[in-house]
Design a protein around this ligand. Structure first.
Ligand SMILES: Cc1cc2nc3c(=O)[nH]c(=O)nc-3n(C[C@H](O)[C@H](O)[C@H](O)COP(=O)(O)OP(=O)(O)OC[C@H]3O[C@@H](n4cnc5c(N)ncnc54)[C@H](O)[C@@H]3O)c2cc1C
Length: 596
């Protein structure tokens, strides 16, 4: 099944929701207007559709393998990764000073989506490399930057994130890997890291591991964790590659999905100690890792949107081909393609509405990131940073949960054939499941949304978003078209329910934390339903205006219909979700532990 990049929808979100013309007014992004975006997306689409997408099924069937400590990736991956690096794609969003192209995230996010639609397993390698680059840019010394950044930005070397240990998953306070200071300023690292994505592979000359570890005597818990660079091959003073470091892959996992991406157990220091270099200051490792994790969390959210898009395209193609049953409206007198059946339409519209809603939400968040990091006005930076911070758990948590529903519907549209591997629909479902687990499970995203992003500021940012939504409703009501009125009414109901939940979270977080946290994932899902719906409401405003100018009638009409479907089928869930959050916490915790 071929994949076709939805360039038109990506550009629509970029132009009308993320407002790329405003991003292009930020110093440094002058060249990054719509024209550039279109050219970049079209070029990236060629690589994704032509080179990376055809490797998706082979990667599932013949995953990476390990022999004598050496991981061999699926045939074709190495060559595709070389093309990715040589095309400058790894450096798209990174500084020109290190060989990157310095483009905004607003454009980069769309490229990340299409790479992941093409092949989630493949795209993980660049995703983690991006995270390593971000961490070094933020906290690395000049020497570390000079040694590692350019090679990472050009894709000659790749990066990994080493947090997880057997006893330390969601709870990083339990990290035990040790780092011992050496006389020359370096450290020796000892310990075991598990589940390390692309921890070992054959696609690049060197692998730069970013590793969380404790220096002897450091405080207990998260305040005693430091971050180290531990290269697979040591780097000589002249930049050439030297000896093999004491970090080795001892096994790779057999997984439910994303099979082509090697998930490694890495052993550090079995032969005297792996040489590592401190990033930033001792004991501030988690803070730096959060920079990397925030970038990676956003990107994992894009993975959710990406796999949903691919599953949708696959399902549409099947629904137009499979002939089964007469349509209930009598429009065809014999068995017809299943796309005639209202329930199949319901499934396809649900898939489409969630995917477009999440894409719109992520595009808006990307523009906020660009303003937060690069806008010349400090107040604009601060406001956008707060908005972006609120959006990260939504982009990650909501878009990935939505991808499970969409890929499951994708299987359902295929009927029995969906359950059969050859069809390909099942792979998206299996691949999608990891997205709600790694980079912090959905519960961890929800804790972040409830605690740091809502409770800590007394609901200020949440209410500021509610006020903006009310503004969109007013614009929709003023335009007074039938679609706009429906969307505005549903948005208003959902917004009011959201505000009620925010008040509950703020009032009860201390008094009744169990009840609030019992509703944390529902709160995340409710907020995602609302915020994605809000962005589709903004899409209605843009599409209506473009229709009056005579632009692309079919695309704009489809946008309106999709937004109306979203309002009537997804925004309507919010009121029920609010009820269960505000009133249902106690029953979640009612049974004593012995009753389970
Ligand atoms: C394929 C794959 C690739 C991975 N890649 C990497 C990688 O590259 N680098 C890396 O460092 N790690 C990686 N991981 C590890 C991944 O990030 C962890 O699996 C994840 O963070 C969850 O940790 P855990 O598996 O220990 O689950 P646990 O933390 O044991 O969680 C079990 C359950 O308890 C819940 N839970 C735990 N704490 C809380 C809480 N405070 N509140 C509410 N619920 C809670 C969780 O939500 C979950 O449902 C990868 C994992 C896999 C499977």
């Amino acid at each position: 099944m071929t994949y076709s990049v939805p360039v038109k929808d990506m550009l629509f979100a970029m132009e009308h929701l993320a407002k790329i013309d405003q991003v292009a007014q930020i110093p440094g992004f002058e060249e990054a207007g719509l024209e550039t975006a279109q050219a970049v997306l079209e070029e990236c689409a060629k690589l994704c559709e032509g080179v990376v997408a055809p490797l998706n099924v082979p990667g599932d069937v013949q995953p990476s393998s390990l022999k004598d400590g050496v991981v061999t990736t699926t045939a074709g991956f190495k060559d595709a990764f070389a093309q990715y690096g040589q095309g400058g794609w790894q450096g798209l969003q990174h500084p020109v000073a290190y060989g990157g192209q310095g483009l905004p995230k607003t454009i980069g996010a769309a490229c990340i989506e299409m790479l992941n639609s093409a092949n989630l397993s493949f795209a993980l390698c660049p995703l983690l490399t991006d995270g390593a680059i971000e961490a070094l840019l933020t906290a690395g010394s000049d020497e570390l930057k000079a040694t590692y950044l350019e090679k990472l930005v050009t894709g000659e070397w790749t990066g990994t994130m080493n947090l997880t240990e057997p006893q330390a998953g969601s709870d990083l306070a339990l990290v035990r890997t040790k780092a011992e200071p050496q006389a020359d300023g370096s450290y020796k690292v000892f310990g075991t890291k598990i589940f390390i994505t692309y921890g070992e592979h054959d696609m690049a000359e060197n692998i730069v591991h970013l590793v969380l570890a404790r220096v002897a005597g450091a405080p207990e818990g998260v305040k005693g964790i430091s971050l180290f660079v531990v290269p697979k091959l040591l780097v000589n003073a002249d930049g050439s590659l030297g000896e093999r470091n004491d970090v080795h892959c001892v096994s790779i996992e057999h997984k439910m999905g994303i099979k082509a991406s090697p998930t490694a157990v890495l052993q550090y220091g079995d032969n005297g100690g792996a040489i590592g270099y401190l990033v930033g200051e001792e004991n501030r490792g988690l803070e730096y890792m959060f920079i990397m994790m925030n970038a990676a969390r956003y990107a994992v959210g894009m993975q959710g949107i990406a796999v949903a898009e691919r599953a949708y395209q696959h399902a549409v193609a099947y629904a137009k081909e499979r002939v089964q049953s007469r349509p209930v409206d009598g429009s065809v007198k014999a068995s017809a393609t299943i796309i005639h059946h209202p329930d199949v339409r319901r499934m396809l519209m649900t898939m489409r509405a969630y995917t477009e809603g999440c894409r719109a939400m992520a595009a808006t968040a990307a523009a906020a990131y660009d303003a937060a990091h690069h806008h010349p006005d400090a107040k604009v930076r601060e406001d956008n940073a707060a908005f972006y911070e609120f959006m990260v758990p939504l982009v990650k948590g909501y878009s990935t949960e939505m991808s499970l529903e969409v890929t499951s519907l994708g299987v359902q549209v295929h009927g029995g054939m969906g359950f059969i591997e050859e069809t390909g629909a099942a792979q998206y479902y299996r691949d999608a499941k990891i997205l709600t687990i790694y980079e912090g499970t959905t519960a961890i995203q929800a804790n972040d949304l409830v605690g740091r992003k809502t409770g800590r500021d007394g609901g200020r940012m949440a209410k500021a978003i509610a006020a903006q939504i009310a503004g969109t409703e007013a614009e929709l009501n003023a335009s007074a078209t039938p679609v706009a009125k429906v969307v505005a009414a549903r948005l208003a109901e959902a917004r009011e329910a959201f505000v009620q939940v925010v008040d509950f979270v703020v009032a009860q977080s201390r008094a009744n934390p169990n009840a609030v946290y019992a509703g944390s994932v529902p709160y995340l899902m409710l907020t995602g339903n609302l915020v994605a719906g809000w962005q589709l409401g903004r899409s209605v405003l843009a599409a209506q205006e473009l229709l009056t100018k005579g632009e692309d009638q079919a695309f704009m009409q489809a946008k309106l219909a999709t937004a109306q479907f979203y309002a009537e089928h997804i925004l309507t869930k919010v009121a029920g979700q609010a009820e269960s959050i505000v009133h249902g916490g106690d029953s979640t915790m009612a049974l004593p532990m012995e009753a389970f």
